[in-house]
Design a protein. Sequence first.
Length: 447
Amino acid sequence: MRTRNFFPALLWCFVCLFPSVSAVAAHRSATLTLSSGWRFQIDVYDVGEKERWFDVSTDHQRWSSVDAPRSWDTFEPSLWGYEGVGWYSIALPAELARTNSVQQLRFGRINYHSKVWLNGELLAENTNGYLPFLADVTGKLRAGAPNVLVIRVDNRPRIEWLPAAKQIEWIQYGGILQPVLLETKPLLFIRDITVHAAPDGAGATGDCLIALENRTSAEEPIELSLQIERAPKIVRQISVPAGGVHTRVPFTMRRAERWSPESPKLYKLEVQLAKSHSNVGNSHDQLLSTEVIQFGVRKIETKGRQLLLNGEPLRIRGVNRYDEYDRFGPNPPRRLIEADLKLAKRAGVNLIRTHYPQSPELLDLFDRLGFLLLEELPINWWGKTEAGYSTNILAQALPGLERMIARDKNHPFIQYAPFGPYGVVSVERKPKAALRALSKIYGGRID
């Protein structure tokens, strides 16, 4: 029997530690969702940059008041189907600025091309309307005056942007489609967690891969603890040198139910980061950061032409799905999404295929309700022109594939379809560069 893990081997976990110059302060992480207070202005003639709408001197209060996340198509009927440029602005109070902390803006999804300014200075630019991106604002938020955040968004289809076509089969909803977060973290914080767990007898074995980053020039001792349901608590004392270090934490679960579409059992993993006992008497009082994720115990393998899940033949009954509902666009009420998925479940569906990355909230629902997911990167048309197909889009697609895997790696159900449904169907549309890159990402041969 040939065993092959269909879930990518890009499983790594990062815990980044950022101490202050003299000592690490025990400040805890905090996240603020920027959902209200936004202003919006359409820019039909694309004059905003030339006229410097991003300047703090611009009177953004004259723009329309909107909430986010929400597609601009739903702001009013005249904007439905609008493909062009739109601008957002929000004032961040001065009291949000912090010292001896790391501060980041996390943009869940802005469709499509976006440019971000803070107080009139260009902060970030992103050319991928399906995945999140970060902007580091550490030390950039003013403490003495309100901070002006401005975003320019362009959702016009371009041959050089994913999905590499000017005419696309799904609506190109424009604007801020997933939450914008202001994350404030201590100078030691948990950046990312990756967990892998496979059946082992009546239980399970697995590991958590953790990367620790230290932005200071000093070595910092910390205490790292992992608590997994049905497993002993694991505590490690480690020192993080300047620049950072990677560590692997194996674990064993004596008894563990398998995740499957019929029985989607999930387990909770809690990771805590604290100042080390060697520095202080009680690490509980010096807690820096806590992160909680869910994962499933499962194993996928092949036997001849048969696909096995947890050692049992898997019969796939799948449908294609888009993440939109009538005039709600891509942001329908959760109750509608859940009702829709439960109907599919009752109809016998156990796999959902999507043409582009889905929201984290929807992925969590797939976990809980027991759906396999075939998640694709939208490279559907490969930059098709009259001259044929272009491989230039790979420069954008391959990093996007890595970002998708890095974000969604802990979900137990995902099988990644590297490129969209119409992208990899013939020899001329499978350039060697793509296959080499995919082989590297997946850690093996791509057939």
